[in-house]
Design a protein around this ligand. Structure first.
Ligand SMILES: C[N+](C)(C)CCCC[C@H](N)C(=O)O
Ligand SMILES: O=C(O)CCC(=O)C(=O)O
Ligand SMILES: [Fe+2]
Length: 411
């Protein structure tokens, strides 16, 4: 997909040097052809949009969109990367007085004389037709064997804290696999906080900013016991669940307590292959999750609603799985026949999530910090004996992605 976009942009760039100019009235259906020795592309001004075609990509740009998106100094401030133009002031029936393509640039002269110009490659990059076939984030879906075989390296604390290259490869691995490790971290809350802050700001929740928990039932949640926890994502009871979970086991004198990791997108894709209808139901039915605490000095009643699977509507790319059977509330957000379909779809997804081949078990030890994409990878744990203390925090997903983009990564 990314390859196709690159191919498209490269070829449109070739056209830029062609330099043939076409000037015409706005409403003609006539197609304009421009060719080089290696490529052919054409454009036409239709009634409501300009259409640019290249290869099998046919891209349409609505006139209101073309006026609204104008990057001229009067319309857009490149210093702040913010729009100046008042969108509500645009005539919704606006048509350019003149449309032409010169040197690989589309320029439109509007009835008031304002000129808007776009390079064709920029337009292609921002076209719906190209976006529908481009993924936002490259991912490697994994099961235990493929994750093991990939031999993804952990970052080293010293390098991670000082080298941008080390941080970048860590973030790249996180984006690809939804999990990434840092080794050699001092076994303290402070060092865990420093590692987390290297990646993004920390997201404070009802559990605080940095947390450190053990099996003392200090909070009304199974996490604060020695019991096993089946695979789940956290904070499903927030409308926007936390994007990332950071765990650092500071101490464990006992048995059990291994961490389970499962690629939720891998399981969801299995569901899509086996039963597209089930996948659709999981994308469609809104599900509430709750966190109710009324004891121990904590008074919380959080409710979050969202489907189990969220996919971008323009390219069907999955971006979130919300799966927590402990915190799921009674389903009263869909009619009975839909509820029946939902339970069947949930059963299929659960079966794929529970496929032993999809389970990655790791024993977290002091010094080893794991970052988990809480919108993709489910976590759980074995029951355990003895004293076990785990610290960590949550990070907002947007801020991690912002860091990734600042490091030049596709996110
Ligand atoms: C991580 N920490 C121990 C602080 C909180 C645990 C939260 C547990 C909750 N059921 C959820 O899934 O969100
Ligand atoms: O104890 C653990 O390793 C994880 C518990 C858990 O699921 C959580 O704290 O979110
Ligand atoms: Fe959890």
């Amino acid at each position: 997909m990314a390859g196709l976009l690159r191919h498209l942009l490269q070829n449109i760039r070739l056209v830029s040097s062609f330099g043939k100019s076409h000037t015409k009235g706005a409403y003609s259906q006539k197609r304009h052809l421009a060719s080089t020795t290696t490529t052919l592309y054409d454009w036409r001004a239709a009634d409501e949009y300009v259409e640019i075609s290249h290869g099998d990509a046919v891209m349409q740009f609505d006139y209101v969109w073309l006026r609204d998106t104008c990057r001229s100094a009067a319309s857009y401030n490149p210093k702040t990367s913010q729009r100046i133009l008042d969108t509500a002031s645009i005539d919704l029936n606006i048509r350019p007085a003149q449309t032409k393509v010169t040197d690989g640039h589309l320029s439109l002269t509007w009835p008031d004389g304002h000129v808007t110009s776009y390079s064709l490659s920029w337009l292609a990059e921002h076209s719906y037709q190209v976006k529908t076939r481009t993924v936002l984030q490259n991912r490697v879906l994994w099961n235990r064997d493929t994750y093991d075989a990939a031999q993804v390296p952990s970052a080293r604390w010293e390098e991670f804290m000082s080298s941008e290259a080390e941080l970048r490869s860590f973030v790249q691995n996180f984006l690809l696999y939804g999990i990434a490790f840092v080794d050699g971290v001092p076994a303290s809350v402070e060092a865990t906080e420093a590692v987390s802050e290297r990646v993004s700001i920390i997201r404070e929740t009802l559990y605080g900013r940095m947390w450190s928990f053990t099996s003392d039932l200090s909070r009304g949640d199974t996490a604060y016991t020695t019991q096993a926890l089946d695979r789940h994502t956290d904070t499903t009871y927030l409308h926007e669940p936390c994007g990332v979970q950071v765990f650092h086991c500071l101490q464990h004198d006992g048995t059990g307590g291994r961490t389970l990791l499962v690629d939720g997108f891998h399981a969801a894709h299995k569901v899509l292959e086996e039963s597209p209808e089930s996948f659709q139901v999981l994308c469609r039915v809104p599900i509430r999750h709750e966190n109710i605490e009324a004891e121990g000095g904590h008074r919380n009643h959080l409710v979050g609603t969202g489907p189990v699977l969220s996919a971008h509507p323009w390219n069907r790319e999955l971006y979130m799985i919300r799966y927590n059977n402990y915190d799921r509330a009674p389903i009263d957000t869909a009619p009975p026949e839909e509820v029946r379909r939902w339970y069947a779809a949930h059963r299929l997804l659960t079966a794929r999530l529970r496929d032993p081949g999809n389970e990655l078990w790791v024993k977290l030890t002091p010094g080893r910090v794991v970052f988990i994409d809480n919108w993709r990878v489910l976590h759980g744990r074995d029951s355990f004996t003895g004293l076990r203390r785990v610290c960590g925090c949550y990070l907002p997903r947007d801020d991690l992605l912002s860091t990734a983009r600042a490091l030049g990564l596709l996110a």
